[in-house]
Write a protein that binds this ligand. Sequence first.
Ligand code: ZN
Length: 154
Amino acid sequence: MGCGDYTEEFVGGEGRGRTAEAVAEEVLDDLLVGAEGTHIRAGIIGEIGCSHSWSEQERIAMEVAVAAQKKTGATISVHPGRHPHAPFEIARFIREAGGRPDRTIMAHVERTLPDLDSLLEFAETGCVVEFDFSGSSPLITLFRISTSRTTANA
Ligand SMILES: [Zn+2]
């Protein structure tokens, strides 16, 4: 089970306008005590949702996620906005906030990064690269690019 906020559009009315302190209290409670009055604790922070560009509420969600990671060591899973720059901006934000790229999963890379060079460049951030659109056409396209490049270099 995860914790933290998805994209602002998904969080909706009652989730909007919460302070960082209120979001942090909920996330830390989910990680350390239990979700919604139970003793069932979240094992991961996320999927934290980021649009492109980030809304203020989404920026708060990422700040809270990094702070919670620093406090607990938990892994963060991130849903990046659909712009090819989004994963890079998020990785930079996490690094500059003192978070751990090696404990950060960037989801949906095959729909977000346009080609193999971008994917390899993103891998240099140290974040975990998650291919999770198995069977969908972007992954197949990436595989084809990769295969043709390997063949061309052989
Ligand atoms: Zn997602």
